[in-house]
Design a protein. Sequence first.
Length: 733
Amino acid sequence: MDSFIKGNYRKSLYQGENGYVVGLFKIKEADSDNEDLVGEIVPFTGYFAELNDNDTYIFHGKFVIHAKYGEQFAVESYERCMPEEKDAIVEFLASGLFKGIGEAKAKKIVDVLGKDTLNIILDNPDNLLLIPGISKKNVDDLHKTLEEYQGSYKIVLSLNDLGFITRDSMIIYNRYKNRTLDVIDKNIYKLYEDIKEITFKKIDAIALKSDYAFDDERRIKAAILYVIDEVCNTYGHSYLFIDEIYGYVNRCLMSNISKEKYIDALNSLILDLKIIKDNEKYYLKDMYEDEVLIVNRIKYLMSVKDESFKKLDLMINELEEYQKIKYNDEQLLAIKYSQEKHFLIITGGPGTGKTTIVKAIVDLFRELNDFGKDKLNEKIALLAPTGRASKRLSEATHMPAYTIHRFLKWNKEGDHFQVNEYNKSDVEFVIIDEGSMVDVNLFASLLRGLRSDTKIVIVGDYNQLPSVGPGQVLKDLIESERVNLVKLNYLYRQKNDSNIINLAYQINSGVVDDDSFNRGSDLILKEVDTMNVLEQIKMICNSYKKMDYKDFQILVPMYKTLNGIDNINKIAQEIFNPKSKTKKEIKVGDVIYREEDKILQLSNMPEENIFNGDIGIIDSVDKKEIVVNFDDNYVRFTPANFNKFKHGYAISIHKSQGSEFKTVVIPVTKEYNKMLYRKLYYTGVTRAKRELYIVGDLNALKRAAGNNDSDVRRTAIKDRLIEAIRVSGEKDG
């Protein structure tokens, strides 16, 4: 049951741009459960239109335990209490909120008007003119300020009446302030364009209840923006075509909008520069600008004259002696190019020495510039798309490494990167690992935060799955054949990991050899029919149930079906973390989460330094929250964001990108159907470091290896770069 506390706001510890506040509150009254806190100062969190330390408030919500900051009162709604006693009203009027009213004038006003002073000022302000020393200007200022003071709360109540929850109402009010109701009266769909926290579907439902016509142009325009964003993020496209947008809009609005009204709305968005038409391609403005930025920056870096180092070969030889290693010709070229060129891509499969090269690049950069440790950290940035990938990069190089979000200092409240085109990083050299995972938006954001002459090296496996977000940056740049590129083909890991790596290369070549399996303990094939896959996985899990949760991972192509992620997770939970009297649990929908359960993060939460695909373990559970430990980073989830994670005993192959596990189990059956394609299973197989179990139908695996027709993403970076460098070459010629 929700609680209330009444008292005074003392100060803010943190204030976000959308009205989110963390602060301190002194309690004067409370409900029966919290009476013992009267007189105490407690931390609170919530969304507020404004807070004044002279006011008394009633906060409605509940006390929660934050994993890092302890007990806090989470405010779900609040009321501002108007002063009631004469002394309190005098103090309020003389607080500085009202210009020209000091304590003397405030006392005169209250002496005449009494306890009803504030209502009289609101309803009949001219009564103040009867009070000696009160001017017409005093009256006007008092009335206007008091109306504004009352107005914010009234606006929030009006938004609540429309159907917005209090949190959303606060976010909306803090975006528009006193213009809020005017904006909504003019076009409620503007909220979708301006405020990312408010969904199109929520706004659309409220609009239709507010008598918007189903074919209102404002509704159609918002739906066009919404479907382009949704479809591009779902399928990885950068742009869509005119007829498919029309089809998606009709499905989204559950109406048959006339083609004429659709075209009119689309053209209006183009005129407003919210959509960019490029030949027959239709982009959201930001996506178009991101693609163009990437192409222009790469074109510029490719045009910069190579750097020259007199002792480069000698220093590489010294590095080989120091590291007791002999680089092959491909590696030598990659290491040299990394120092000489301003943009370079290094690509190769598992076992080709990509990590070895990255360490060599860092060491050589330090030696060439005679940097100490601190100076080196200032000049070079080692980056990766996910937390686990950045951790692996740091371990390999013995240097700090960061997620790209963390490097760019993502600000949750403002929804922007603090390192950007107006506040660029001073680093001179950037190395990006797991480059195949970087999408168009993130790469463009990184480029905005770097100086135009910052050297960039991208390292990644060209044959892995593309990024979760829109685009296929690494693939487009490589296939343009207009960038400096070193392909690593020589296999170094040919002993312990030989069978796993050989299978990966077989899958990538499109042909799987029957004799590849069960030749050693590292690659095991358990051939069973579809109905027995689960039973076989249970047997494998039972033999590994004492293994550290980080080291054993089941990778599955699909969530549903008999042998899908959801079913396998239920079975794995029973084996690895069965019900126990010593472990608390909570049911969310039809899923039980239990202390010590393995958890998969489903979305980026940069403010908590956790990212899509990160794996953690539940540390504690109660009705109000679940605390998850992500590599000693304890993150608190409340019921509002329980949907941001799932069980992680079995995860999708997509979510495993950027991670490695000692032991991997991959089921493969014909029921997976359209998920049987080369890049997916190649990516899954390359996650295994020491042991790999393939469970199911070998013919299904062969079918996947032979199917190179994975979803085709519509992007234009490749074509733009080819054209940009062609035109530049003609001009130079």
